[in-house]
Design a protein around this ligand. Sequence first.
Ligand code: NAD
Ligand code: MG
Length: 389
Amino acid sequence: MTQDDQHTRGIAILGSTGSIGTQALEVIREQREHLHVEVLTAHQNAALLIQQSKEFQPNTVVIGDLAKLKEVKDALFDDGIKVYGGAEALEQVVEMEGIDMVLTALVGAAGLRPTLRAIRAGKPIALANKETLVVAGALVMAEARAAGVDIHPVDSEHSAIYQCLAGELLNPIEKIILTASGGPFRGKSRAELLNVTKAQALQHPNWSMGAKITIDSASMMNKGLEVIEAKWLFDLKMEQVEVVVHPQSIIHSCVQFQDGSIKAQMGLPDMKLPILYALGYPRRLANDLERFDFLNYPHLTFEKPDMDAFRNLALAFEVGHKGGNAPAILNAANEVAVARFLADEITFIQLTNVVEHALQNVDWVSNPNLDSLVQSDEEARIKAGEFRS
Ligand code: NAD
Ligand code: MG
């Protein structure tokens, strides 16, 4: 987007009814001279998808759940909006001509195929869907490089690093420091974690997010997924990724360069800022979001993550080192574990046991292709479903 560009950027939002999707629409509503909605997609929430479509008048919408297709079609008929349904339509829609950028705001490994299709169609990606990079980071980044497609991170930590790297093209990274809020259970021992409840796990201190990532934040799996996400996004070795707990979530992450200098990106914890940076890239778009004031935060504090209590983080580092299909197994098993925890089938502490069970029972493949990753994902889901305490 250049200064004299008359064209507003056409955005496709995959997962428009979720936490990131709805915040992206709030951002676009305030940035109409720069951004417009070309495509919206949702999995099941037909009512919200219809409401969003009536307001933003996209060219096309996709509802994942075919049982809701007629309802959405009927509701949007008079608006002349094209409506499709099902997973295949979700993959195809990203190729549409009017799309200038695809925001992947859907949750889980379901993001992998549409992201790959968008990359192959040459569409820049604003990537919120971290699971896609955890499952298939090597493949996705290789395809993006081959297609000359930029991936702009939306995850706040990765957006921070991305922002710190602006203008540093020739300067090698010594390491990155990913900050973590520590979630609702920061400071709890392993014994104390035995008794925590679902309601407590769903209460994040700093961020309001979808259910899956909220549980991942409580279990520190979110930080584990982000470590692997960062490795792929910024072409790092696992040894170059460090995690520091920072409960105030003001420093969103840092880069340390080879001269020892550290750059950090700061701001209030509000996902609209990283969403805006990705959608407007390389421009910083003016906005009315609340500004950070140092005087309101006289104490920014830092702690070492407790990987004995929060074993998910240690597991993610191990799996990141191991590579191959191991991260895909970890991710799939974790998706099932979170769903089972939310369905009251397992306890909080067992989230890790489910993932370990899958890692132990699905064969490791050192250099998997897409089919092999999909197969590992399916096998891991079965093993994770079979786990009994
Ligand atoms: P959410 O659960 O609130 O929303 C998920 C969206 O994806 C919904 O629109 C839903 O309809 C759609 N969806 C769900 N399953 C689908 C499927 N199988 N196929 C197609 N669409 C499907 O999730 P969220 O919190 O907005 O998170 C979205 C992604 O962004 C996740 O990968 C998450 O890790 C990442 N992320 C979220 C936040 C946040 O603040 N919420 C921050 C950083 C990263
Ligand atoms: Mg994050």
